[in-house]
Design a binder for this molecule. Structure first.
Ligand code: UT7
Length: 340
């Protein structure tokens, strides 16, 4: 069996910084509320929706090009793409094929993952299985989002729209020899679909039950359906329970303990969730990495952006034990434990 090694990493966020103060000009909110409840000070938003360089796939391409260069590989060396997003360029086809084309890869497989905040964990788990089985050698795993296109920036949407941001992160997962450092030691994935509507965007979807000519009929789509709905308190309570569960499961199945961990990178949902989990798990400050203060919650992109920044800042060294965990819409949650 092959080892799965993170060979390259990269991230991209748009230049346009939107502060809490900026949001308070659009809706009835303020820096104090946002900072106290979420820890977020600013996020990035796409500047120009008419710019072809500002789509979910182009953000992913920019992150992927950095990851490829750090890995010393070209797009032609890739065997497979796994793309996690909840904000794709089109309803279909998914972003995977668009990235295949933009990067100039061969006609390799491109898989789209729809697991929202847990998307990158699910994507890494699939990539790991392909690498370990010897099916593929070099897989591009990417999470990218443009949330700012579909949020309600009126007072009605303030509970959700202040949280989310845009960006992309990527890693190259490669097969390595048994004597090389670096391997994914355990993964786990979970879901509980009975809570699907606690954090949901309903449109466009077949459950809405409108006529066959839905998109041609004016005035039948309402705000509640097109914008994200989140039962914030409910999601929060489940998150702080599921995070420790999935973390311990990942550690135990690899024969490791919390003390063995060198770095924990949680999905950047809310700084308060991360702090609660940190305390519950007894992790010192230097063993957790958060950057939600700068980027908000970028769902599928949050873990690879944070991982890329932590690696850039040399907070993770070769041989370190690193845990990635996520919880979000679905509900879905899970972890990836690896030795870097
Ligand atoms: O990544 C996906 C997973 N998502 C999460 O993990 C998010 C989990 N949930 C949360 O992070 C929190 O529930 C939120 C940050 C979303 C909300 O915090 P909360 O403490 O649960 O606030 P709340 O929704 O209970 O609202 C409290 C008050 C309400 O006012 P009243 O009814 O008490 O008068 C809201 O209307 O805060 C009000 N409020 C705001 N005020 C200022 C809601 N949003 C805002 C806002 N600015 N942006």
């Amino acid at each position: 069996m092959y080892k799965s090694k993170i060979r390259g990493f990269g991230h991209f966020v748009p230049e346009n910084i939107v502060t809490n103060e900026d949001l308070s000009m659009k809706m009835n909110t303020n820096d104090e509320w946002i900072t106290e409840r979420t820890g977020i000070k600013e996020r990035r938003h796409r500047k120009d929706r008419n710019n072809a360089e500002e789509t979910t796939t182009t953000y992913a391409r920019k992150a992927s090009e950095i990851a490829l260069s750090k890995a010393g590989l070209s797009a032609k060396d890739l065997d497979y793409i796994i793309f996690a997003t909840l904000s794709p360029d089109y309803f279909f086809p998914g972003c995977g094929v668009l990235l295949q084309e933009q990067l100039g890869c061969d006609t390799i497989g491109a898989l789209d993952i729809r697991n929202q905040c847990s998307g990158f964990i699910y994507a890494m788990s699939v990539a790991n299985a392909f690498i370990k089985s010897g099916t593929y050698k070099n897989i591009l795993v990417v999470g990218a989002e443009i949330h700012s296109f579909g949020l309600d920036f009126s007072d009605e949407g303030r509970g959700v729209s202040v949280i989310f941001g845009d960006g992309a992160g990527a890693v190259i997962l490669s097969a390595s020899n048994p004597d090389e450092a670096g391997d994914i030691l355990s993964v786990n994935m979970h879901s509980e679909g009975k809570y699907a509507e606690e954090l949901v965007v309903k449109f466009p979807g077949t459950k809405l039950g409108w006529s066959d000519r839905l998109l041609l009929e004016p005035n039948i789509i309402n705000n509640q359906d097109i914008y994200p709905y989140m039962n914030g308190n409910f999601v929060f309570k489940h998150a702080v329970t599921r995070f420790p569960e999935t973390m311990l499961e990942a550690l135990e199945s690899a024969g490791k303990t919390v003390e063995d961990l060198d770095m924990f990178i949680p999905h950047q949902a809310n700084l308060r969730i991360a702090q609660f989990v940190q305390q519950k798990m007894g992790l010192p400050d230097e063993k957790i990495f958060n950057n939600i203060q700068k980027y908000g919650n970028t769902t599928a992109a949050s873990i690879p952006i944070a991982l890329s920044e932590a690696l850039e800042q040399q907070k993770i060294k070769r041989g370190d034990l690193v845990l990635l965990s996520a919880f979000g819409s679905g509900f879905t949650w899970g972890s990836v434990l690896f030795e870097y």
